[in-house]
Design a protein around this ligand. Structure first.
Ligand SMILES: [Zn+2]
Length: 125
């Protein structure tokens, strides 16, 4: 049987004859990426599934009271990293359109003679 490309890692693999329309290889990373993509799609398109997920997460949080507080105490470096990323997400949510300063060398332009700083308007949906 002919090998097909994996949508997640780009490598070629032997598809299973039992699974038509197979898109991911057997690597754990690709299987997890495929599942995450499916779940994201399902959350966006199926309100019943989304409601069940939310209710299930709230139930889990209730049954494991203090889990995240203990996690942050055990992993202060991860808590700090999350604090920084959350601040960035909050900024992004507050200002949906802003200029992003970008070094011209980061933009693919082979014939650029000068190094310029370019402001690019960015809008988040
Ligand atoms: Zn793969």
């Amino acid at each position: 049987m002919e090998q097909i490309p994996c949508l997640y890692c780009g490598g070629f693999f032997d598809p299973s004859p039992r699974h038509k329309n197979q898109t991911a290889c057997q690597k754990e990373k690709c299987q997890k990426a495929k599942k995450a993509a499916w779940q994201k799609y399902k959350m966006e398109t199926d309100p019943v599934y989304a409601a069940n997920q939310k209710s299930s997460q709230q139930q889990w949080i209730k049954s494991k009271a203090g889990y995240w507080k203990r996690y942050r105490e055990k992993n202060p470096e991860k808590a700090e990293r999350n604090r920084i990323l959350q601040a960035a997400r909050n900024r992004k949510a507050r200002a949906p359109c802003s200029d992003v300063t970008m070094h011209a060398s980061l933009i693919a332009k082979m014939d650029a003679l000068k190094v310029n700083i370019i402001k690019i308007p960015v809008c988040y949906p």
